[in-house]
Write a protein of this length. Structure first.
Ligand code: SF4
Length: 80
């Protein structure tokens, strides 16, 4: 997420704001400070970015995050 946040050109809002917000979410997950509500908001944001971002960078930026949440949801929620 640091890569995508750094490489976002800032032209469209979903990517410019979304990459920064997902990066913040990753930090919160790593610090075990992510509530279930916030996790759901991040997933919705990622799904929105896949559709609303203007180019492939923004559209693919949430993919790894969404895959990790999808496949490791139980571990993530247990570690809160
Ligand atoms: S999606 Fe593409 S055009 Fe939009 S801010 Fe990101 S890098 Fe720029």
């Amino acid at each position: 997420m640091e890569f995508f946040a750094e490489e976002s050109c800032g032209q469209c809002f979903p990517c410019r704001r979304g990459t920064a917000t997902l990066l913040d979410g990753v930090h919160k997950l790593a610090a075990h400070q992510c509530s279930l509500t916030y996790l759901k908001e991040l997933e919705a944001l990622g799904a929105c970015m896949q559709k609303a971002c203007k180019c492939g960078l923004g559209q693919s930026a949430p993919n790894a995050f969404l895959d990790i949440v999808q496949h490791h949801r139980d571990e993530i929620l247990r570690s809160r």
